[in-house]
Design a protein around this ligand. Structure first.
Ligand SMILES: [Zn+2]
Ligand SMILES: [Zn+2]
Length: 389
């Protein structure tokens, strides 16, 4: 187990990689240049088992330890950026207008590369490390697709670990919790079908705008009146589209939104009651609705044993006073959930200091956090694959 000082030497180089990736952001599955950059770096570290084009642009690379036979553990980084116009005013700002690394996946990729360089050189562990670089985290599908394409079986991965930077948490600190960590994520669409007509003769129409307004308000009470106050559930209407002119009552209104939950009963409750509430209100006014509901990411659940290992690795790096093992779970979704459904493992947050929030145009990954992230990965390998037990 190493303290963070071991990894300070890697910070300069990792920051160069990170800033290059920051200047050249790519979205979703289209992370072609990023993936080539990653594959080239991995090869330059002397790693010769590199498989590319998994889930279009994902990569899995294997580093074999020199400490004998043992299991394979997976370390995962995400590579994709966001469709946001950057306003960080950093010298290494995005060179592609309308795309930026506003979630720090440039930093995540650079940290896993830093760990790869260190581990490929030392190889002081038994078994193998599978470095997983995934596309399309923000779409919530890249992780699922890598699992569907069989990476866990193909590379015999027995445990898998993830990490995300956290603005507001001091650099050099970690936060983690056992059990549910990020919420399940669903989306819904409600089309309210009324009858259009002249705005001056509302009595000849069925005004879907008034009905949609009632539905939006109706949804607000599903949680406050229908669920236990101690449970967690979010229903947010995030899109409302209607109308074309001042003097026309439209035929349709589209309502869209998101649901976040931990417990499966609440997930089912929300799906059922959103439909009932919208149908009931629409019927009362003579309108109809069309309802669509999609289940996206599952709830992300950290496994107890792997979480204890992660805590040990982080404490070894920075001391137990810098590791919060009672992180409050987030209602945000995270597609690492699919990997944790497939294999036991754990997901940790890494302090990014007082930067702008994730997905904000002024956000930038904090390069001071790089040696901490690199050191965490290496300590995790030391803990799970110790060459001498
Ligand atoms: Zn994000
Ligand atoms: Zn992210």
């Amino acid at each position: 187990m190493h303290s963070v000082e071991t990894f300070r030497d890697l910070q300069g180089e990792a920051a160069e990689w990170r800033r290059y990736l920051h200047q050249n952001p790519e979205l979703g599955y289209g992370v072609h240049n990023t993936a080539s950059f990653v594959a080239e770096k991995l090869a330059s570290f002397g790693i010769n088992h590199i498989e590319t084009a998994i889930a279009e642009t994902g990569i899995v690379a294997i580093i074999q330890g020199e400490g004998g036979d043992g299991p394979t553990i997976g370390l995962r980084a995400d590579m994709d950026a966001l469709p946001i116009l950057e306003a960080s005013s950093k010298p290494w700002s995005s060179q592609i207008p309308g795309k930026m690394h506003a979630c720090g996946h440039d930093g995540h990729t650079a940290m896993l590369l830093g760990a790869a360089k260190y581990l490929a050189k030392t190889r002081n562990f038994k078994g193998s490390v599978a470095l997983i670089f995934q596309p399309a985290e923000e779409d919530g599908l890249g992780g699922q697709r890598m699992v569907q394409e069989g990476i866990m079986e193909r590379f015999e991965i027995s445990q898998v670990f993830g990490m995300h930077n956290s603005p507001g948490l001091d650099v050099g600190k970690f936060a983690i919790c056992d059990g549910p960590t990020a919420a399940a994520l669903d989306e819904f669409d409600i089309i309210v079908k009324g009858r259009g007509g002249h705005a001056a003769s509302p009595h000849r129409t069925i005004d879907p705008i008034v009905i949609a307004a009632q539905i939006v308000l109706g949804l607000q009470t599903l949680i406050s009146r229908g669920t236990d106050p101690l449970d967690s559930l979010v229903i947010s209407v995030t899109k409302l589209e209607a109308g074309t002119a001042y003097n026309i009552i439209p035929e349709y209104v589209n309502i869209s939104g998101t649901v976040r939950s931990f417990a499966s009963e609440l997930r089912e409750y929300a799906e059922r009651q959103i439909r009932k509430c919208a149908e009931g209100i629409a019927q009362g006014y003579g309108a109809e609705i069309e309802f669509k509901h999609r289940r996206l990411e599952p709830c992300m659940v950290n496994h107890t044993e792997a979480t204890n290992v992660a805590i040990k690795a982080a404490c070894g790096l920075v001391g137990s006073e810098s590791v919060n093992d009672r992180l409050r779970p987030s209602m945000g979704g995270e597609d690492f959930a699919y990997m944790l459904e497939a294999r036991p493992g754990s997901y940790i947050e890494l302090g990014n200091g007082p930067t702008a929030a994730l997905h904000n145009p002024a956000y930038d990954f904090n390069d001071e956090a790089l040696p901490y992230g690199i050191g965490y990965w290496v300590n995790l390998v030391d803990t799970t694959l110790a060459a001498r037990d």
